[in-house]
Design a protein around this ligand. Structure first.
Ligand code: NI
Length: 177
């Protein structure tokens, strides 16, 4: 079922989400199905459960390679539950981000460039990955949602925050997270 995505200003987006305790349940499968359907419907690259009003530490993300977004490396379709993020060094990289909870806007956000993340899949199997660039950025953006952080809170230079169609009139902005 396509769910309504909460928009910035809704206090539920500012809460810390709770860890998932039970895996492989019908409830978790239904949540993930709704999240996937909602993300696809909105052409998103990622979605966190709190964005549909569910306060659990669940995110999904993924992006197929697309000539419209030449700067965005493809990211595999991923379900990540109870994530732990560890930067691999101190290097930060600026990049444009958008968010389904902040529709129609983009801003430049510093993120760790190299990252190790771990967590569980839908069945509770642990996995970890070492990633960089756009993949690392998407994971950091999604996991921020689990701690009540929206990307505009991380913008350092508000001169680099604006409307997507003004900033990217050629339509080259990467999809919202
Ligand atoms: Ni977002």
């Amino acid at each position: 079922m396509i769910r309504a995505v909460l928009r910035m200003g809704d206090p539920r987006l500012l809460l810390r989400a709770e860890p998932v305790q039970a895996f492989g349940t019908a409830e978790l499968a239904a949540l993930l199905s709704d999240m996937r359907e909602t993300m696809v419907h909105l052409d998103g690259a990622g979605l966190a459960a709190p964005q549909i009003g569910v306060g659990l530490r669940v995110v999904i993300f993924g992006l197929q390679s697309n000539p419209r977004y030449p700067d965005a490396e493809p990211v595999p379709d991923t379900v990540l539950i109870n994530p732990v993020l560890e930067p691999m060094d101190d290097e930060l990289e600026d990049g444009w981000e958008g968010c389904l909870s902040v529709p129609g806007m983009r801003g430049v956000v510093p993120r760790y460039k190299h990252l190790r993340y771990s967590g569980c899949d839908e069945q509770g199997r642990r996995f970890s990955r070492e990633v960089s660039g756009f993949h690392a950025r998407v994971v950091q953006h999604e996991c921020d949602h689990l701690d009540g952080i929206l990307y505009p809170m991380r913008i350092r230079d508000l001169a680099r925050f604006g409307f997507t169609d003004v900033l990217f009139p050629d339509g080259s902005a990467t999809p919202d997270d």
